[in-house]
Design a protein around this ligand. Sequence first.
Ligand SMILES: CC(C)(COP(=O)(O)OP(=O)(O)OC[C@H]1O[C@@H](n2cnc3c(N)ncnc32)[C@H](O)[C@@H]1OP(=O)(O)O)[C@@H](O)C(=O)NCCC(=O)NCCS
Length: 167
Amino acid sequence: MSILVRPAYEDDLRDIMQIYNLAVLETTGIWNDAMTDMEERHAWWLKRVAAGYPVFVADVDGEIGGYGVYDRFRPYDGFSRTVEHALYTNPRYQRRGVASAILEALIAKAQEDGYHVMLGGIAAENEPSLALHSKFGFIETGRLPQVGHKFGRWHDLVFMQKMLSEA
Ligand SMILES: CC(C)(COP(=O)(O)OP(=O)(O)OC[C@H]1O[C@@H](n2cnc3c(N)ncnc32)[C@H](O)[C@@H]1OP(=O)(O)O)[C@@H](O)C(=O)NCCC(=O)NCCS
């Protein structure tokens, strides 16, 4: 199996939409109840690309195995060197290194672009994602009890962050 992480093209948006919608329906990886559509995904992609933020996909033998993004953590000047990322994989390819390849590419891009901190907000029950991030040197720096609600219950949010630069 070969995994190539590259910027997303417009033609990838349908696969990205399907991966997103599956995560909405079946996981606590996204705390949304509403699914997305092509019009919204197109606007989402254009906005990120225009702002210079990456939208990466993992091309797995010609199929989209997952995608990852980051953008500024909060929209104030003081946060200009802190990014928050997110990544989702196609369940067909889970535990085969797809998320690892995407996360590695996001970290490299953020370092290249001079960001100082990368962080992700993860549901406290999402053991796979917590383990993935630990493996890449992220450490837990915050735990917010019951800030989210999905599937009829409250969820705690864990922030995990990685320092990207010395200065
Ligand atoms: C979490 C997720 C992104 C992992 O994707 P993946 O492609 O399966 O991950 P990888 O194959 O690259 O695995 C890398 C590491 O993650 C951890 N991991 C992945 N799946 C795991 C699982 N089911 N149980 C425990 N650890 C797991 C392991 O540390 C693994 O390393 P190892 O295989 O050497 O032990 C994927 O399960 C997913 O998309 N889940 C739904 C959406 C989501 O939760 N996104 C993250 C939001 S914060």
